[in-house]
Design a protein around this ligand. Sequence first.
Ligand SMILES: Nc1ncnc2c1ncn2[C@@H]1O[C@H](COP(=O)(O)OP(=O)(O)OP(=O)(O)O)[C@@H](O)[C@H]1O
Length: 357
Amino acid sequence: MITLRGLEKHYGKTSALSQVDLTIRDGEFLAILGPSGCGKTTLLRLLAGFMKPTAGSIQFGETEVANSKYCSKPENRNIGMVFQSFALWPHMTVEEHIRFSLKNHRFAKKRTAAEQADRVTEVLRLVGMESFRKRYPTALSGGQQQRVALARAIAPEPDILLMDEPLSALDAELRISMRKEIKQIHKKLAATIIYVTHDQGEALAMADRVLVMQHGQIEQTAAPEEIYQHPKTPFVATFVGKANLVAGTWEENHFIPAGSHYRWQDNGVSEQLKQQQFYPVRPEEWQLLPPDAEGLKGEVIISQFQGTERHYVIRVDGQEYQASLPISVPAWREGDLLTLQVKGMETAVSREKILFR
Ligand SMILES: Nc1ncnc2c1ncn2[C@@H]1O[C@H](COP(=O)(O)OP(=O)(O)OP(=O)(O)O)[C@@H](O)[C@H]1O
């Protein structure tokens, strides 16, 4: 278990991390998600032991590895690291990378030459690079290099694997396939993975738990579904779910959107959003109905075809809301007047009106 208590890091006057309290379970896959500059890399660097915290402490199991006065070196922590820049050595073949890591990682089991050769084969097989073992990095594609970097990190069987945007240099298709592979590798390893990313798709798809950060502070830590469906703060609602924050008034367990008399039920909106008098509606939660239906009256400002769905910007009382609907639903055009409702909170509207506008 990793325990962070009151962790802070300041660079001169810049506060990169403040008041971080967190427990990470053994074997957990934790994604740290947040926009550029929110402190993700700083947190990872503190876990790796590249620097001391300004305040607070880090504990690996029962051992305190860092506080404001002390910091155990990276090589004294049983960790593996994979970074955005693969940092492979140009003079070493694929298998030499793995062997080097096995020989030099302080926590790697002692192995005979034959056992080491077996382990090299085993990890190369795990990342699908067995047939490339004699190649040098310059003769590998970006995705293949990333696999070697991953194999090198996992070969010594570290307890903790730290990954900093490991897929960001790869093209979109390869990123998706590597997501699946990393997740499968995590299932086979007993390692705890701490994975930094600014890509919410990556975090939601791979992690057991997602930690969302902003301005050096934790906004929410929860399972991917929970983060997406029940964001705790306005930032998490907009950053992860791209939610529209509809302003209005909360009265006990229902919400009245501003300028209307409708009542929306509480479907698990957080206390913080309620206190700020917001109701978060994700783009796919809107229903677009004819102008004479019950609901919020709006005008289509932008209507954009996006392949499997169509994206809309709809103006309601000077506010712009984002909506996305499958293309199987008849399209609305820019300038159309319509009614917005939240799915699941419909008032009686004739289905024919929707289909035969
Ligand atoms: N060595 C440094 N000296 C001064 N300020 C720094 C240093 N490293 C980071 N910072 C500042 O600390 C804050 C957090 O930086 P950090 O690199 O942790 O963010 P990040 O979330 O990883 O960003 P990105 O996604 O862009 O890599 C930023 O405001 C950054 O400018």
